[in-house]
Design a protein around this ligand. Sequence first.
Ligand code: AMP
Length: 277
Amino acid sequence: MQIARTIAEMKALRMKSFGSVGFVPTMGYLHDGHLALIKQARVENSVVVASIFVNPTQFGPTEDFKTYPRNTERDLAMLEKERTDIVFMPSAEEIYPEGFSSWVEVEKITDRLEESCRPGHFRGVATVVTKLFNIVEPTCAYFGQKDAQQALVIKKMAADLNMNLEVIVAPTARESDGLAMSSRNIYLNPQERQAATVLFKSLTIAQNLWEKSDRNAERIRQEMTSFISKEPLAKIEYVSIADAETLEELTEIDKPALASLAVRFGKTRLIDNVLLG
Ligand code: AMP
């Protein structure tokens, strides 16, 4: 496994890579959800590149950029075990040099859900992912369904801007009690960790209602909201039943829908989702 710490080193390694290149961008502090993406990239490509970069521009001023969990040594050992070929770990100074002034903005699907709670988040994500794509030049790039809106934004951006790669979205990896794996789960104290199981349970309620042919989106949102509200440690930011493509809120579920939510447990903000249909 080779480690590129500068853009020049990454580009030099890319020049020497043959066949398809599968790319998994991450912010590190890896878990089995990240490793599932690496495993899929390993099966489907000649060369696997992972990046570890905690991107400052996708964090708001009051968010957890400074305290975001980091453990490079452990991450590198995990990536090596999965037979990753190249790890790209640039510095923020090189990605955003003084005078940096070009941004990628994806409109409409970024108007709601995550963006309403984290203004500017997707501008940071779209910009850094574009830069990473330009540097790594992957054949395929792998993203997790866990961050459903992010996956849609990247797909839209790649299509709208004719990016020469395939965006692949892999299923959400979960703990045995259903909690979606996330680097941020480490922030939860034992009570909050237990309380956080309401997220997947409420999504399962949505799924069950949908499977019983309930197509009333407002009723499903209410059922989810009232279930989560019974947990005193949970503070809801949003509960959404939206068009799975445009993310517009639905009244009637007459097309594939995304049930998604963002909930705070103490200082920790968690998101999760399931597809209906
Ligand atoms: P992050 O390091 O949180 O930016 O995540 C890097 C990539 O891993 C993103 O494409 C995420 O959507 C994906 N990812 C994070 N958690 C999970 C999970 N539990 N299951 C599947 N993919 C995930």
